[in-house]
Design a binder for this molecule. Structure first.
Ligand code: NDP
Length: 274
């Protein structure tokens, strides 16, 4: 793993680099150059999903980089229409990625309308048993969804990947994850860019001579979240990686904490109907 980036120990004993690179909404044209740049900059953790349609490009950039597979941490996610065909879907993703395993495989959404997420969690265990994924987790799961799978299957998800950023801090959900030993992965860590212009955040950035994106990402790291900001812009990909030569003091952390106002920018897992 890259020296600069700390790792977080998951509840199954595996290590995950705390900073990665996300590729949601990165087109098939953009994905190879974006992931290539990220790997050159030093990112060793990539977060993709079957539904992003860019697993093949992620795999191509990884192969072209010639970086040892063992140095990389790759996550992909099971889409909602495959909750009853988890092993088949995992193999399909691996075929596109050109990998024999992923480091982390997630149920992307509980999608309760399908009524299948518990069955999916059960089948995920087989994905790991077959060596197709090293760690297993969930995404967009509320406390109720987690309690439901835990009642039936005795394996605690290693991570819950949920929307978290300063204006949508999800304190209760993060505390719940922590109480179960589940690592919180914070998606849309910049609030899709929404949080960057908040005056409180700009003020903190100015005070430490950093950009708003850097102080937001540093805030995540200091809260213990795993993050993977997305960018297709080379200078931002570099900027988002330069987080390990400064720290936010308690006042700065508090000031960023203070902007939490329930500003969800993605879908609500309770009402999402897809
Ligand atoms: P982010 O919060 O990472 O924001 C991405 C946006 O911010 C892009 O428009 C990007 O622009 C811009 N940006 C990035 N860096 C900077 C910077 N330094 N300065 C100014 N603007 C910047 O949003 P995402 O939703 O993409 O979240 C990150 C990742 O989380 C996803 O890519 C995906 O891997 C994961 N995710 C998972 C979900 C799930 O359901 N499990 C849902 C949503 C995301 P540009 O690219 O033009 O540079």
């Amino acid at each position: 793993m890259t020296e600069d980036v700390p790792t977080v120990a998951l509840n199954d004993g595996n290590l995950i680099p705390q900073l990665g690179f996300g590729v949601w909404q990165v087109s098939t044209d953009d994905v190879v150059p974006a992931v290539r740049t990220a790997l050159e900059v030093g990112y060793r953790h990539i977060d993709t999903a079957a539904v992003y349609g860019n697993e093949a490009g992620v795999g191509q950039a990884i192969r072209e980089s010639k970086i040892d597979r063992d140095e990389l941490f790759v996550t992909t996610k099971l889409w909602n229409d495959r909750h009853r065909d988890v092993v088949g879907a995992a193999k399909e993703s691996l075929g596109k990625l050109g990998l024999d395993h992923v480091d982390l495989y997630l149920i992307h959404w509980p999608s309760p309308r399908h009524g299948d997420f518990t069955a999916a969690w059960e089948q995920m265990q087989e994905v790991r048993a077959q060596g197709l994924a090293r760690s297993l987790g969930v995404s967009n799961f509320t406390q109720t969804h987690i309690d439901t799978i835990m009642q039936l299957i005795d394996t605690v998800p290693a991570v819950n990947q949920i929307e978290v950023h300063p204006t949508f801090a999800q304190r209760a959900m993060r505390a719940y994850n922590a109480s179960k030993g589940i690592t919180t992965e914070a998606y849309s860590p910049l609030g899709l860019g929404d949080d960057l212009n908040r005056p409180e955040i700009v003020e903190v950035a100015d005070s430490v001579n950093r950009t708003p994106a850097q102080v937001i990402l540093r805030w995540h790291l200091q809260h213990g979240h795993v993050v993977f900001p997305k960018s297709i812009t080379p200078h931002r990909i570099r900027e988002n990686f330069r987080l390990f030569d400064f720290e936010l003091d308690a006042d700065a952390m508090k000031q960023i904490d203070s902007v939490d106002e329930g500003n969800r920018v993605g879908n609500d897992p309770v009402t999402a109907d897809f």
